[in-house]
Ligand binder design. Structure first.
Ligand SMILES: [Zn+2]
Length: 135
């Protein structure tokens, strides 16, 4: 999977941006969150209550940029057990509206927080937990 540092400008799939799709309007800065990869360190910690549940909900309610392929979790995908059903994978992103910005995160971000202790940027977590689908 492609690595991007947290809070850097989103560039991954901007050519494929559909201005008619639900989500942030054109002209709003979109920042990366949760684009992790093996061999890159990332912030770890205990997430605030409700974060994992809300991120999971957002994979249905805030879904964007559906692709034909799948992203596999870079840590779980290397295990032999990853071939069984239920392996962590994602094929889309979620978009979260923050204060004057929007965040683009891979669908797997909920899994990263839950299974790999990833602690997203504070401003991203605040945007998630103040969304209308917050747990
Ligand atoms: Zn994993």
């Amino acid at each position: 999977m492609t690595y991007y540092a947290d809070l850097t400008p989103y560039t991954y799939d901007s050519d494929n941006w559909d201005p008619g799709a639900p989500g942030p309007r054109r002209g709003v800065a979109v920042l990366n969150a949760g684009w992790l990869d093996r061999g890159r360190s990332y912030p770890q910690g205990s997430p605030p209550p409700g974060l994992v549940e809300t991120l999971k909900r957002m994979t249905r309610t805030h879904r964007a940029q559906q692709t034909r392929g799948f992203h596999l979790c870079p840590w779980c995908a290397s295990r032999r057990s990853s071939r069984r059903p239920g392996r962590p994978e994602g094929s889309a992103e979620i978009r979260v509206i923050g204060r004057g910005v929007a965040y683009a995160a891979p669908e797997l971000i909920a899994h990263y927080v839950e299974a790999h202790d990833y602690l997203p940027p504070a401003e991203f977590m605040e945007a998630v937990l103040s969304s209308e689908v917050a747990a």
